[in-house]
Design a binder for this molecule. Structure first.
Ligand SMILES: [Zn+2]
Length: 347
């Protein structure tokens, strides 16, 4: 079945959310990604349960996203965890404490498991592990300075030495890149397995299929993410693999950019028997470039991708930092693009 979806955040007012979920259906989406940030976890858990119920009631599949939780996933939200648990923060190569939790820190991992327990109570269909990464400095700076990386906390240093037999250096090297990548893979695997193991218990012991999805950072993974995507694809408890090849303002050939990443995801998904997903840029879209959205959706579909989603609802117009020039126009264009790829399937 062709899956088309969009992410949603910005309103926790139930009647407005209901209207928006209907709008999402009317724009040819069959799933919605609800962000479930640390703020939601602490203050809106019951509300989020209602929001998931509203979404399900309209026939939408529901995904939940640990939006910027611990500062290790994608998302425009703050982390209280890193503000309170100073000893669980990442340490830079130069020894500075950073506003992101260390993926190898047991306390953070426990916190993530409690996030999963809370998210399971919302009864979602899919857990969306969005861009898990170690702390990122601006890309151009990281490329110039080999001491701009993390994490070199006590836990990471101990684990690194255990594996490689020497002190974790200050200057980045291939062993450090490999260590970071494998740390992310291990973290992701732990999260995915926990979801699968815990899922039935929240449903009165009845077996229930909950899926895990990951979104890889599409740029050079060695700088903070996963270099070798096949390591993640090999995780048994992971069902959906994807990436978000967002184009920059002025990108000349959106089609070939999205085609390239779509092919990579499609091939990997085929090899590991996973579902492939591609994310479509729906924020900071400039006036006069809406056709790029259709180009991107068509390109992904043509490469065999059958799960396509956009970030975010209504051209991300509710967040000025990411807003498109004409949010409604962006949204309508996405709806038309989704209609365009759904139509041949329904014949
Ligand atoms: Zn660390």
């Amino acid at each position: 079945m062709l899956k088309t979806g969009v992410s949603y955040f910005g309103s926790r007012i139930q009647r407005h959310v209901k209207e928006d979920m209907q709008d999402i259906k009317d724009h040819n989406c069959n799933f919605v990604v609800h962000t479930f940030s640390e703020t939601d976890l602490e203050f809106y858990k019951g509300t989020m349960k209602e929001i998931v119920e509203i979404s399900h009631g309209l026939g939408l599949e529901v995904w939940v996203d640990p939006w910027a939780v611990g500062g290790v996933f994608g998302g425009e939200a703050y982390s209280k965890f890193v503000a309170v648990n100073l000893e669980a923060r990442e340490i830079s190569a130069k020894g500075e404490s950073l506003p992101a939790a260390c993926l190898n820190n047991a306390q953070f991992r426990d916190f993530m498991l409690s996030w999963i327990d809370a998210a399971l109570e919302l009864k979602p269909d899919v857990f969306f592990w969005d861009e898990p990464h170690f702390y990122l400095y601006p890309l151009d700076q990281m490329e110039r300075d080999s001491t701009l990386w993390a994490c070199r906390c006590e836990v990471c240093r101990r684990e690194f030495k255990k594996r490689f037999g020497y002190e974790m250096p200050v200057e980045s090297n291939d062993d450090i890149k490999l260590f970071k990548e494998d740390s992310i893979i291990d973290f992701l695997k732990t999260m995915c397995e926990y979801v699968k193991n815990r899922a039935p218990k929240t449903e009165n012991q009845e077996p229930r299929t909950i899926k895990n999805a990951v979104c890889f950072l599409p740029f050079k993974g060695s700088l903070g993410g996963i270099m070798d995507w096949s390591k993640a694809a090999a995780i048994k408890s992971l069902d959906i693999i994807g990436t978000d090849p967002y184009w920059k303002v002025g990108e000349k050939d959106v089609g070939s950019l999205v085609r390239g990443f779509s092919k990579k995801i499609y091939d990997l998904a085929q090899e590991y028997n996973k579902e492939g997903q591609i994310w479509i840029l729906n924020f900071r879209i400039k006036k006069g470039t809406h056709k790029d959205i259709k180009t991107a959706v068509m390109a992904a579909h043509k490469e065999g991708i059958r799960n396509i989603a956009a970030w975010s609802y209504l051209g991300t117009g509710c967040m000025s930092y990411l807003a498109s020039d004409d949010p409604q126009g962006v949204w309508d264009t996405l709806g038309e693009a989704f209609f365009g790829i759904q139509k041949p399937d329904s014949l």
